[in-house]
Design a binder for this molecule. Structure first.
Ligand code: SF4
Length: 305
């Protein structure tokens, strides 16, 4: 039976509705499978893993909105989330199967491709945390893509992964720009602090230091006054990844940037009127000021190694 989400569809199956979280509608759902074959930008991985459907951060440029289960929910991207309630149990079964078939080859997993695994509701449901606990036994190569300081809650588990890369998403160095493009997301400062906290709290003799990327994807404008100070702070990472907005004609990405962002971009004509130049100039400053950091572009930046 097709799931119906109360508030979005007529003829509701209200048992799917659990509660509201802030102004977010929360639904729960039991899934039949969790791991998906990785494609597009991250095709080098065996699987993508999304603990949730929907994302409370609701960034204006998010291409994942295209995967909403209902057209109205696409419109309301950021205002609903579906918890995959039985995810831990399903993950264990799927990883058991993988191990049976590939006893000497741990899987490579990218978490997450179309949601943030550490969006605010994770602080209450701890679903991502439970998935990490399941994964540990299978020794995967794991990449966690997030923009949330909530990840620091799990340091004690994270340090037990031998092959972990954390991709912290920070698309701009200007708080004003962040507030325009992604007003519900954590501050830039809190994301940088989260990375510092992770690095400081993992003792190399007690755990494994994760690799750290800062993903400036898509590269949003940074005001000239903030540029140098921001870029200097990126020394905390071992890799910085930049990428332009997803072009709508590129089918390998399945979906393109949301239309909503076009209006916001108009406010930043000083950057977008010469977008290619702005990109190249920013890249050049990165390369000049971060000699010890790997600077990668687009798909190349999303691999584990
Ligand atoms: S945090 Fe990521 S998945 Fe969530 S809305 Fe923003 S871009 Fe989309």
């Amino acid at each position: 039976m097709k799931n119906l989400y109360e508030g979005y569809c007529e003829g509701t199956s209200t048992k799917l509705v659990r509660e509201e979280f802030g102004d977010i509608k929360v639904y729960t759902h039991n899934v039949k499978s969790l791991l998906n074959k990785a494609t597009g930008f991250i095709a080098a991985y065996d699987f993508t893993l999304n603990p949730y459907r929907g994302c409370q951060y609701g960034c204006s440029y998010c291409y994942a909105a295209a995967f909403s289960p209902d057209p109205n929910m696409r419109q309301d991207w950021g205002k609903w989330v579906i918890i995959k309630e039985n995810a831990a149990e399903i993950l264990e079964k799927e990883l058991d199967k993988w191990r049976e078939k590939n006893p000497h080859q741990p899987p490579t997993i990218y978490m997450s491709s179309v949601t943030d695994p550490y969006q605010p509701i994770e602080s209450k449901y701890q679903l991502t945390r439970r998935l990490l606990e399941v994964m540990l036994d299978y020794r995967p190569t794991l990449v966690i893509q997030t923009r949330s300081p909530i990840i620091t809650r799990d340091i004690e588990i994270l340090q037990r992964f031998q092959r972990l890369r954390i991709n912290m998403s920070i698309p701009t160095g200007s708080e004003l720009v962040r507030k325009d493009f992604e007003p519900r997301s954590p501050s830039i400062k809190s994301r940088l602090n989260a990375i510092a906290k992770i690095k400081q709290n993992i003792h190399p003799l007690k755990g494994f230091l994760p690799k750290i990327s800062i993903t400036i994807t898509p590269l949003l404008p940074t005001f000239p006054d903030n540029e140098v100070a921001f870029i200097d702070k990126l020394k905390i990472a071992d890799r910085v990844v930049i990428q332009d907005f997803h072009p709508s004609h590129n089918r390998s990405l399945v979906a393109s940037t949301r239309e909503e962002v076009q209006n916001i971009k108009q406010k930043y004509a000083w950057w977008y009127d010469k977008q290619q130049l702005s990109y190249m100039r920013f890249k050049e400053i990165l390369m000049t000021r971060l000699p010890g950091v790997e600077i990668k572009e687009g798909k190349d930046g999303f691999g584990y190694d």
